[in-house]
Write a protein that binds this ligand. Structure first.
Ligand code: GCV
Length: 735
């Protein structure tokens, strides 16, 4: 090992040991509450160097956002450097940190034009000499940019990044970077695996739980600037005055951190709240009702962001109930919001039980023809894939297909179909895979990321939403590693062109330790974890094989019930001859919804990536795969591989065990508390991966009637056993 790295490791090891002793002997437990903002002491030599550079801070405190930036730096530097920095109005010593805007700092004023180029929320961090002093500037056009820059600088300190020749220029590539909370007013979180809702509607508005501020800090640290407070399966009551007062209190807490509040609007609210007999968007009474309601909302929340709407989907009311289009529905709300600067995020997650077409085609069929029909303050929000947040889907065919309409990405951060909170699945690679997909909408290189950031079609209204995985669990997200998914979402919403691996490395360094000997194995675990889940749940393009309703565990046999497209057999179509959904011209022809170059690739069994093979094709069991194996053998091998990948994660994690004797060659990098919980969760994951493998193999063998390939063990139970398992209390079920 190179000497420099060894020294660095010793530094980190010593400090982590010290931190561990402090934690074990004090009330400060590493329970995950601090997220990636732990601000634990830097190694002493580094702390001394940084203390010199950052001995004084000049930061304004005239606005709530300025105070937030200043407080965060004081908090962060105190933790990292071991002592509070000196706050001054001008630099007195040889060096220091200067925060501000052209309005607050004469040193920053000359940068006005450069800062203007970085836009709202943009910032620069620069090291320079000024008046014979060595200064670091965190400068922006607006206060919020300064806050973002302060968090960036803290990240650099936490990850051990060098500060010499510092010249960072950042601006958000996406305007609306929003968390969607599927939280009901009674505190239940739909598809939530981290406890109950963070919002305590009962004690609001009087009690503003300090946790709301920590939520805001975490979001600001990664650039998230919007929160939809309530479930898209919305209650009209969210728009009633009693609840608007409560939402306004939350907006007050979030505002200094640059976060706007949005609400999910129930389309039939004029009937339920207003006593009207219709919610028809073309009805003048309905239009008046929404205008008054919106005016009322702005009287409580002057910077209200707007509405998110799920309409005519899964039983929700919508404009089609009155024979009107999605555009007419969206425009009704857009017109009411426009005078106040609000937007409508209108979801394209629509499908109807009485439409016999392949469910994955329905959103495109509904929306494509509406391109250009939406008001300027409407953004259509499509899920990343055409079905429903599966472990792997192709990108949604609407991306690139509606050039005249701003399209917003909806990712799921909560892991409804990916093992809930107990499976370690880092979603960065999933997000990256979708964002880097080439839509070919304007020729090769027209990535989904370019659709989302508006550069492909020149849209200024851009957005990315993530269905939050946050609840009142002490860890926020139900597990330590699920924090990484919140983190990665925010970073990619800021800039959808970033690398999931780099983001994972930053997160691991801040959350556990910047020691490369810790970061490297953790990043490797994270980067492989999504593929592991795909393998043990839905390999080779299979999808929607989870148990009915709650989606906990395997259910490839799910059949019957209220609708075909809520079953598994609808999607895998396994029979004696093969498996997979034929979405080529000989089947549902969903493939035709993509640009010709993409359709040609996906539609050709010899060109489609194997990862999507069974999404697009019904394939004979004997089909020869790239490995040389027949499909049947490959499928079985993938299931086993998924289990092995989880076992490998367990092994890696064990090497980071701070208490196991004999493993002392690695630094005491992970505190015992978090290490133990993660180890226990990995055990659950391994057991459940095996369950997925056994149940799936057992079921598909009952269909294919083929022997297991050599070396593959028979499932320990008969198929009936797996089919009989019931989980009536599985968390997060829709209701
Ligand atoms: C909020 C899936 C989920 C539902 C969710 C829906 C949606 O169907 O299972 O719980 O409802 O997606 O995104 O609207």
């Amino acid at each position: 090992m190179p000497a420099a790295r060894l020294v660095a490791r010793c530094h980190w090891s010593a400090v982590v040991l010290a931190a561990l002793l402090v934690f074990t002997g004090s009330a400060r437990a590493e329970d995950g509450y601090a997220l990636w903002m732990r601000y634990v002491p830097l190694p002493s030599a580094l702390a001394a160097e940084r203390s010199e550079q950052l001995q004084e801070i000049v930061a304004p405190d005239g606005t709530p956002t300025q105070r937030a930036a200043r407080e965060e730096l004081v908090r962060g530097l105190t933790g990292l450097l071991g002592h509070a920095p000196t706050l001054r109005t001008t630099i007195a010593g040889d060096s220091g940190l200067i925060l501000g805007t052209p309005q607050t700092s004469s040193l920053i004023a000359p940068l006005q034009d450069e800062l203007a180029e970085l836009g709202n929320g943009g910032y620069l961090i620069r090291r320079m000499r000024r008046d014979g002093r060595d200064v670091i500037l965190v400068a922006a056009r607006q206060d919020i940019g300064v806050l973002y820059g302060a968090f960036h600088l803290l990240r650099m300190l936490q990850t051990g990044a060098p500060l010499d020749r510092l010249d960072v220029r950042e601006s958000p590539r996406v305007a609306l970077r929003v968390l969607d909370h599927w939280d009901n007013l009674d505190g239940y979180v739909e598809r939530g695996y981290a406890g109950r809702s963070l919002w305590d509607w009962q004690s609001l508005p009087e009690w503003r739980d300090p946790r709301y501020t920590d939520y805001a800090r975490a979001n600001a640290s990664i650039g998230i600037n919007g929160a939809v407070l309530n479930n898209v399966n919305a209650s009209a009551w969210s728009l009633a005055p009693d609840y608007l007062v409560k939402a306004a209190a939350l907006a007050d807490v979030l505002r200094p951190y640059g976060i706007r509040v949005y609400l999910s609007a129930r389309f039939s609210a004029p009937i339920e709240l207003g006593g009207l007999t219709t919610a028809d968007p073309l009805d003048p009474g309905v239009q008046r009702w929404w205008q008054r309601k919106v005016d009322e909302i702005y009287s409580y929340i002057p910077d209200f962001g707007g509405f998110l709407v799920k309409a005519n989907s899964e039983g929700q009311p919508g404009p089609q109930d009155y024979g009107r289009s999605h555009a007419e529905g969206a425009n009704l709300l857009a017109d009411a919001l426009a005078p106040h600067g609000g937007v409508v995020m209108w979801r394209a997650f629509v499908y109807a039980h009485d439409v016999p077409a392949d469910r994955t085609t329905q959103a495109y069929t509904e929306f494509k023809g509406l391109d250009g029909a939406f008001r300027r303050n409407v953004i259509v929000q499509a899920k990343n894939g055409p079905l429903d947040f599966q472990p792997r889907e192709p990108f949604h065919p609407l991306f690139g297909a509606m050039p005249r309409t701003p399209l917003m990405m909806e990712f799921q951060i909560t892991k409804e179909y990916l093992g809930f909170a107990t499976h370690l699945v880092y979603l960065g690679p999933l997000y990256e895979e979708v964002l880097q997909s080439d839509t070919h909408a304007r020729g090769p290189g027209s990535t989904v990321a370019q659709v989302i950031d508006g550069t492909l079609e020149g849209h200024a209204l851009t957005g990315m939403a993530g269905v939050a995985n946050i609840g009142n669990d002490r860890t926020w997200t139900g597990s330590h590693f699920d924090q990484a998914n919140w983190y990665a979402f925010g970073r990619l919403a800021w800039n959808p062109h970033q690398s999931a691996r780099d983001i994972a490395a930053d997160w691991a360094a801040m959350t556990f330790s910047p020691d490369p000997a810790v970061v490297q194995p953790i990043v490797d675990m994270m980067m492989g974890s999504r593929e592991a889940a795909v393998n043990y749940m839905t390999p080779l393009g299979l999808h929607h094989l989870m148990a009915r309703g709650h989606h906990y565990g395997p259910g490839p046999w799910v059949d019957g019930g209220p609708r075909a497209d809520w079953t598994s057999v609808y999607y895998h179509r396994a029979d004696g001859s093969g498996i997979g959904f034929d979405r080529t011209a000989s089947g549902s022809n969903a493939v035709a919804q993509y640009a010709p170059a993409v359709a040609a690739r996906y539609g050709d069994i010899n060109q489609v990536p194997e990862a999507l093979l069974l999404w697009f094709h019904h394939v004979p069991w004997d089909h020869r795969m790239a490995s040389g194996r027949p499909l049947w053998d490959e499928l079985i091998a993938r299931y086993a591989q998924g289990v092995r990948q989880v076992q490998a994660m367990q092994k890696t994690w064990a090497t980071l065990n701070p208490v196991e004797p004999g493993l002392a060659r690695l630094p005491l990098a992970i505190d015992p508390e978090r290490h133990a919980q993660i180890a226990a969760y990995l055990n659950i994951q391994r057991r459940e991966a095996q369950w997925w493998r056994d149940a799936s193999v057992s079921y598909f063998q009952s269909i294919s009637s083929r022997p297991l390939p050599a070396g593959e063990s028979a499932p320990p139970h008969p198929l009936l056993y797996y089919q009989s398992l019931q989980f009536p209390s599985a968390p997060g079920d829709g209701r």
